[in-house]
Design a protein around this ligand. Structure first.
Ligand code: GAP
Length: 461
């Protein structure tokens, strides 16, 4: 049975059941944009809730912010994004498509078994020379007629107010991190936090990506979940290592298969970084980055001090020592984690001799619906509705009275509902129901009054 779902099949499945739809669907979409449907929106909320619980609620000395998406453009000068947040692009003069030069070279090398070429480490001129020497063809029209390679900034620009012109140019943020850095002193003062402490944020980011997105893996609008730990430089490597562990444990606790996760150190470090790695996830896309952990030295706060003219140093309340804290950043894309969750959870199973089922084996804490209420027959709907109303005060529940009970179980399996509660005629007599487990398909009889505790226990994280 297929347990390694292809991307095309996942896209179709997600649309059919209501996880994710193509963006602007009735207008034939807009490249690299997607909309979350009724199940996707619950799954996404649950991912964010689990992340916040782990990295803010249960993480010592961590605080949240929710910063504005539009920031003073000086922020992006200080962060280096205006100058260098760009990809090498080249245009096909024949079919007018624009491609990332590094991706085209990588794909060419992979196809022709050429080893040792790392486009990340090449200049634009070196990449130009490689493309010409190998007469690399356009992946869309097959011709070889490229413009010279140039750097294109990935930030979306917009303008504020009514006058057009350079002075009004602002950017949609390409990462949430700067909202945490610029609020370092605000948070420290208002919480009286002592270094080491962390600032976390979940929010939208925007990047003018032109490469094929692979569903929600790479989109132009996405959500990031980022945590910046501010610490003394001498402790930074220990914190870097402990955040690597925390990031991995989070994924394992959500039920990810350890064989499909690995750490990958960055080949090329930013000039200020002391260490950086990704956690990669294996799927039908091969090994791909899921999140990053970066030792960013004192770069971020020093740059904001330089560009804003405000003192960003921390004063130790005990020793009175003044210093600029080092930052350990942990960053994960919420949409990318959701994609990995869908890929990881999908399975097809043989049930008995002639039956199969699709199961989304989500960790119960992530499941869109925690429980489905199923009256065995329509004339039991009054009692079933009573149970539904009682449980929906505490959990996302769904209700289904259409079709045979077997079909209804299958419908819940394929959207990942961990528990089904069936109301039958005995329920009217003794207030008991049958509760059925998604994974084991085992059924037990319990009192309605016990349901809340059973479900709470099941969805613990
Ligand atoms: N503040 C650091 C930062 O933004 P990044 O590696 O560029 O680092 C962090 O992004 C994470 O955000 C990635 O590991 C990935 O999960 C997610 N991400 C980045 N670009 C994305 C895109 N275009 N679409 C979806 N997720 C993206």
């Amino acid at each position: 049975m297929e347990n390694n779902i292809s991307m095309d099949k996942l896209v179709a499945f997600s649309k059919t059941v209501g996880f994710v739809y193509p963006g602007s669907d009735i207008y034939d979409g807009l490249a690299n944009t997607w909309d979350y449907g009724p199940l996707g929106v619950e799954l996404k909320k649950n991912i964010k809730k689990a992340w916040w619980k782990r990295f803010v609620q249960e993480n010592d000395n961590s605080y949240g912010v929710d910063a504005a998406i539009l920031m003073n453009p000086r922020v992006w000068e200080a962060s280096g994004h205006v100058q260098s947040f760009s990809d090498p692009k080249m245009d096909c003069k024949e079919c007018k498509c624009r491609e990332r030069a590094d991706n085209v070279i990588e794909a060419y090398c992979a196809k022709h078994g050429i080893e040792g070429i790392v486009p990340d480490k090449m200049t634009n001129e070196e990449m130009d020379a490689f493309v010409s020497e190998h007469k690399i063809a356009c992946p869309r029209c097959g011709k070889h007629n490229w413009s010279p390679i140039r750097q294109f900034n990935l930030m979306f620009e917009t303008s504020r107010g009514v006058t057009e012109g350079g002075q009004n140019k602002i950017y949609l943020r390409p990462e949430t991190a700067q909202g945490e850095f610029v609020n370092f002193l605000n948070v420290q003062r208002t919480t009286r936090a002592k270094v080491p402490f962390g600032i976390a944020q979940i929010g939208k980011a925007f990047r003018n990506e032109i490469t094929p997105g692979n569903f929600i893996f790479r989109t132009i609008e996405f959500e990031q979940m980022e945590h910046q730990l501010f610490c003394k430089d001498e402790n930074a490597i220990d914190f870097y290592n402990s955040y690597k562990e925390k990031a991995m444990k989070f994924l394992l606790d959500l039920g990810f298969n350890p064989e499909k996760l690995r750490f990958k150190d960055h080949d090329k470090l930013a000039h200020y970084a002391k260490a950086a790695c990704d956690i990669q996830f294996f799927s039908s896309l091969g090994w791909q980055e899921l999140n990053g952990i970066h030792h960013r030295s004192t770069w971020d706060l020093s740059r904001h001090q330089e560009y804003s003219g405000k003192n960003m140093m921390y004063t130790d309340p005990v020793t009175n020592e003044k210093y600029t804290p080092t930052v350990i950043e942990y960053s994960i894309g919420c949409d990318r984690l959701l994609l990995a969750t869908l890929l990881q959870s999908y399975r097809e199973e043989q049930v008995g001799e002639n039956d199969t089922r699709i199961v989304m084996g989500f960790h119960p804490v992530l499941a869109p619906y925690k429980v489905a209420i199923l009256p065995l027959q329509k004339n039991l709907s009054e009692k079933a509705n009573e149970v539904y109303r009682k449980l929906s005060k505490s959990f996302m529940c769904t209700y289904d009275e259409a079709g045979s009970i077997g079909k209804r179980y299958r419908r819940q399996d394929q959207i990942g509902t961990p528990l089904c509660v069936t109301i039958d005629f005995d329920t009217l007599e003794d207030d008991t129901v049958t509760i059925r487990d998604r994974d084991t398909m085992e059924q037990i009889r319990v009192k309605i009054d016990e349901l809340e505790n059973i479900i709470s226990e099941k969805v613990k994280f």
